[in-house]
Design a protein around this ligand. Structure first.
Ligand code: NAD
Ligand code: GLY
Length: 330
């Protein structure tokens, strides 16, 4: 499993040197190249491969472009590719690195809140191919450097997007939940101890079940409905915002089945200025859910909160889901 270091960009040279790589290259996008690569190159001078910004560049075409450059550079399995960016770049860097010569050294420097607490952790890599993340591998990085200073330049909307996933960890883990109790301004959630608690929770899970055969499925809390909303919006809604709405639906399902206090989740989402609704009808959302691969014979595998810090992954009937959807979507 990956070595995760909470630090600053100052730690980059020692992490690189510890691998004694034959060659090093950075992979980033044109925005991060402008904003952060000047600073990063002070710690390690190396070629920078930059692709355009955007989810649509998390593609096999980008991967081929990068593989070609690595080949021309005479990269080997003992060379190190370092992805610097949000989840698009960390997923792509992981994918490229895992396939090239059956795997090079890989380092990740996630620069969005979402990538620091989620995408860069746990070894899932991927590119979009006739659907999101349809090609991918499990390939944990040799190191992940979490340098919170890189969040200074992140637009507020992207910070809130990451907060949607932090809210998920708060339901899964009572330590994160307690940390968030005394926070009113969403930006306070960017505290290092909160980021560390989220990452440590995810690491604990993925170290037991990297390939999502069991326990890792709890990380999908809120995601079934989130994916339905993302599809309904044609991927215009941000993932973290869709997760926020999905968390409320999951909380309501938990309330119906186990007496979970969904009001706690709703209050937290309000405090974080995260969405608790979306302009779609319950029928439209249900129709999308029926297309989900986890849905069969009127039942769906759902992550259901029982109490803070305790969820169950179980089959839930359509009737219960429908009642929860009717409370959230009008
Ligand atoms: P992103 O990578 O598109 O980044 C969001 C925006 O922020 C981009 O415009 C980017 O250029 C910009 N940006 C990044 N860092 C910045 C900085 N420090 N300052 C200013 N701007 C900056 O989006 P994301 O939300 O980080 O990641 C979403 C991707 O992550 C999706 O492709 C998703 O599938 C993937 N993901 C993967 C996993 C996993 O386990 N592998 C988990 C969750 C999400
Ligand atoms: N983002 C969910 C997972 O990594 O499993």
């Amino acid at each position: 499993m990956e070595r995760v270091v909470f630090g600053s960009l100052l730690h980059l040279s020692s992490l690189i040197n510890s691998l004694k790589p034959y060659k090093v290259a950075f992979l980033t996008n044109n925005i991060l190249k402008e904003l952060w690569m000047g600073e990063i190159l002070k710690y390690k001078e190396a070629p920078v491969i930059a692709i355009p910004d955007g989810e649509r560049y998390k593609s096999i075409e980008s991967a081929m472009y990068i593989w070609k450059i690595l080949r021309e550079m005479e990269f080997t399995r003992k060379s190190l590719l370092i992805g610097v960016g949000g989840g698009v770049i960390t997923d792509l860097a992981g994918f490229v690195s895992s396939i090239y010569m059956r795997g090079t050294y890989l380092g990740l420097v996630p620069t969005t809140l979402l990538a620091q607490i989620d995408a860069a952790i746990g070894g899932k890599t991927g590119v979009n191919f006739y659907g999101k993340n349809m090609l991918g591998t499990f390939y944990p990085a040799n190191f992940v450097l979490i340098a919170p200073e890189t969040l200074k330049t992140l637009p507020q909307e992207e910070l809130l997007n990451g907060l949607g996933e932090i809210a998920k960890y708060a339901i899964l883990d009572s330590t994160v939940y307690r940390f968030l109790q005394d926070i009113d301004d969403p930006m306070e959630a960017l505290r290092r101890d909160i980021i560390e608690a989220c990452v440590n929770f995810k690491l604990k899970i993925v170290r037991e079940d990297m390939r999502e055969e069991g326990k890792r499925r709890v990380l999908n809390l809120g995601h079934t409905v989130a994916h339905a909303l993302e599809k309904l919006s044609n991927y215009r809604i941000k993932h973290g915002f869709a997760v926020s709405v999905g968390l409320l639906v999951a909380a309501l399902v938990g309330e119906m089945l186990y007496g979970f206090d969904a009001g706690k989740v709703e209050a937290m989402l309000h405090r974080f200025r995260l969405p608790t609704g979306y302009p779609a009808s319950p029928q439209e959302v249900l129709r999308e859910l029926r297309g989900d691969k986890k849905f069969w014979y009127g039942k769906i595998v759902f992550v259901v909160p029982v109490e803070i810090g305790n969820v169950r992954v179980e089959i839930v009937g359509e009737e219960v889901i429908k009642r929860a959807l009717e409370k959230v979507f009008k």
